[in-house]
Design a protein around this ligand. Structure first.
Ligand code: PLP
Length: 413
């Protein structure tokens, strides 16, 4: 960077990406095994083992391996929509004319499955203590839309939401809960893993998650009928018959045995990845103690996050001018202040990748007509404006992290 505030800092030789896969050799072993034994398909031992291990690890009755977290969320929505409303004869649009309450500040994969089924997501504002769905706003949403019976909840960046409060609101209004635990594998709330709180819960094995299969996802539930539906619908919904007999709409959403091999090899290393992510968070927290910022917050009494991504929130008083349109951002350099755009640009100039906070769904053009319910202004928009994700790879060295911490400091000079 030409800016003399950054004098003396060297760019990273190799690009430091946000969060990358970490292979250990076991992953390769199970992939090779699948190939050698010719189980190169959507059936095989790797899938069976991964399903059994996830069910055991979470203590839930059933785990069903699928092609992605998004596919898992789609089937979860469809299964619970059928439970609540029945499926229309055409098979399409199980949520036609229905509303679903949904986390607002999240990856769009959380919300899209509601639209796949023709439903309307009503986005619920964020609370500032864990950056997840605000239980007060959820309560208000039920007052505004008392007919709603389905809630979609994500745990952002691996930080558990206010689960007890949210579940109490769902229960009081007779609503079912889908838990999107794609980012929060192994995070716990009151000693219980995320993935255990939804009527149906979902994990993702996408390439940048805590552990990966390259892609892949999973449904976890205690209900045998729902698990059976996920299995059936994910493999084109065949009936028991000598030919391809179809009474229900099917999908090609089953997990591959090759991908399951990668997940199988990763599972024994998940806790190790978590410990590295936690160390990242703690090093950043200490490194930024003297700046007008704070890390993404969590409830240290009740929850133990997986620290998937480390994030920063800049104090309002320490924000420089920043302006964002739908596709671009500008800012002005100001002494003693900074903003996410400046920090992300500086990191990028030194060959490191950060990321803006997930742009809230109610600010996305695709969902601009959907309702948004909040009780304390627009907390999602505020966090989006002032927050950012820091490089969070579990393989970063202490020296690399210290350079990042230094670059962020220089932004405030
Ligand atoms: C990654 C992610 C998903 C989607 O998972 P894929 O396996 O990539 O389809 C869903 N929700 C959230 C919150 C995610 O971060």
């Amino acid at each position: 960077m030409k800016d003399e505030r950054f004098a003396g800092i060297e760019p990273f030789e190799k690009r430091l990406n946000l969060s990358t896969p970490t292979m250990h050799g076991d992953d390769e072993r199970w992939v090779v095994e699948a190939i050698k034994t010719n189980w190169v398909s959507t059936v095989g031992e790797n899938i069976n083992v991964v399903e059994a291990e996830i069910a055991k690890l979470t203590g839930r009755g059933y785990a069903v391996g699928l092609s992605s977290g998004t596919a898992a969320l789609h089937l979860a929505v469809r299964i619970l929509a059928q439970e609540l409303y029945g499926i229309p004869k055409t098979g399409h649009g199980s949520l036609e004319g229905k509303r679903v309450f949904c986390t607002d500040m999240t990856f769009d994969a959380t919300a899209n499955p509601i639209a796949y089924e023709g439903g309307e997501a009503v986005f619920i504002d964020t609370e500032p203590e864990t950056w997840n769905m605000d239980p007060e706003a959820l309560e208000k949403a039920f007052e505004l839309y008392p007919e709603v019976r389905l809630v979609m909840l994500a745990h952002l960046y691996g930080i558990p939401a206010k689960v007890d409060e949210l579940r109490a609101v769902c229960k009081a209004h007779g609503a079912l809960l889908i838990e999107d635990a794609a980012e929060s594998f192994l995070s716990t709330y009151k000693g219980v893993q995320t993935g255990c709180f939804g009527d149906i819960s979902v994990f993702s094995w996408n390439g940048n998650k805590l552990i990966t299969g390259s892609s892949g996802g999973m449904i976890i539930t205690d209900d045998p009928a729902w698990a059976a539906k996920a299995r059936k619908w994910s493999t084109q919904a065949r009936e028991a018959a000598p030919w391809y007999q179809h009474a229900e709409l099917g999908y090609n959403y089953r997990m591959s045995n090759i991908i399951a091999g990668v997940v199988r090899g990763q599972l024994p290393h998940a806790e190790e990845h978590l410990a590295q992510k936690k160390a990242n968070y703690q090093r950043y927290k200490k490194g930024f103690a003297d700046l007008p910022v704070r890390m993404n917050p969590y409830d240290a009494v009740n929850s133990s996050p997986n620290f998937w991504l480390s994030c920063l929130l800049i104090d309002r008083a320490a924000m420089c001018f920043q302006s964002r349109t739908d596709t671009a951002a500008t800012y002005s350099t100001e002494k003693g202040r900074s903003c996410p755009t400046e920090i992300l640009e500086a990191l990028s100039a030194f060959n490191a990748e950060g990321r803006p906070i997930w742009k809230p769904m109610h600010l996305q053009p695709i969902y601009s007509e959907n309702p948004f319910v909040s009780v304390h202004g627009d907390v999602s928009a505020d966090i989006f404006e002032r927050g950012l994700c820091l490089p969070s790879d579990n393989k970063m060295t202490a020296e690399q992290m210290d350079s990042i911490i230094e670059i962020v400091h220089r932004c405030f000079m």
